[in-house]
Design a protein around this ligand. Structure first.
Ligand code: NAP
Length: 271
């Protein structure tokens, strides 16, 4: 892509996008600039990747065609106000902020706005980027945005009302899967006497191997379960425990994340 991409915020998501766009060949370092509140973090990623550090958010917006806003939700409005007069309809704004809806963004700028929810596995050119297009987005924009995020992940276009539940399945899920693995390892240490190092290594290798099996087109979770859990055998007993105890826990997780989204929708009513 020949566009000049400007990334505001070089934290977890901004940094991941810079590395992934370069790794996935979507954009060259020469076509990426970034700005960040803390200069040290910006200079570190510029030195690592060869992108251009912008002097500030305004300089970045002036020089970029696509601006990707990677700040946390409470910082979005301040950044938008800072660049309001130069973020014109000529510019395309991609916001990765969770819980900042298109209508809020559109009220702050005439720019062509879209929302993308990337996920950390894009750093390995895996996982899903959720995309919500606004009505200001042109067919050419659609193609460019889909191709940009398609170079680092599977792009998945959704409508805005679906974004919260889909986010739980995609951008939150790497943390959930990692937390599950951590608890599995901790339990192995508690219950079996295996050393922490061995448990970590064995479970991690097996987790990655299982993910690779799932990567084979057509392979389902049921396929893997039935191939490992011989009827009447040891694994089957463990699968039975999971089938009994895990669904309520997952329901709790989805209920808790939904409550958190609701608290962002109406901050005074919860928490
Ligand atoms: N993490 C994920 O997996 C994930 C996935 C999808 C979407 N998101 C969304 O992405 C957004 C960013 O999340 P994150 O995890 O990347 O947060 P983060 O690591 O805290 O990064 C936010 C970055 O924004 C910078 N910043 C804050 N105010 C700024 C300003 N006025 N001008 C320039 N830069 C500014 C911060 O600078 P400092 O260096 O000074 O802190 C920091 O580098 C959030 O809305 C989150 O919901 C995150």
């Amino acid at each position: 892509m020949d566009r000049q991409i400007g990334i505001i915020g070089t934290g977890s998501m901004g940094g991941m996008l810079i590395r992934s766009f370069i790794k996935g060949g979507a954009v060259t370092p020469q076509n990426i600039s970034a700005a960040n509140r803390t200069p040290d973090a910006l200079n570190a990623i510029a030195a690592e990747t060869g992108i251009t550090p912008a002097e500030n958010n305004r300089a970045l917006v002036r020089n970029a065609d696509f601006i990707i806003l990677c700040v946390r939700q409470p910082d979005v409005a301040a950044v938008m106000e800072e660049v309001a007069d130069i973020l014109t309809e000529e510019k395309l704004l991609i916001s990765v902020a969770s819980d900042v809806c298109l209508s809020t963004l559109e009220a702050l700028t005439p720019a062509r706005v879209t929302r993308v929810i990337p996920s950390l596995p894009a750093e390995q050119l895996k996982g899903v980027s959720l995309i919500v297009f606004s009505e200001r987005i042109t067919p050419a924009d659609r193609e460019e945005i889909t191709s940009l995020f398609g170079a680092i992940s599977t792009p998945f276009v959704i409508s805005e009302p679906d974004i919260e539940s889909y986010t739980t399945l995609t951008s939150c899920a790497p943390a959930f899967f990692a937390a599950m693995l951590r608890e599995f390892v901790a339990s192995a240490v508690r219950m079996t006497g295996v050393s922490a190092d061995d448990a970590e290594q064995l479970a991690r290798e097996t987790f990655i191997g299982t993910a690779s099996l799932l990567d084979i087109p057509g392979t389902t979770c049921e396929d893997i379960i039935s191939r490992v859990a011989t009827p009447g055998g040891i694994t089957e007993v463990g699968v039975e425990v999971l089938s009994r105890a895990f669904p309520p826990l997952c329901d709790d997780l989805f209920a808790a994340t939904e409550r958190k989204h609701a608290s962002f929708r109406a901050p005074s009513s919860e928490e």
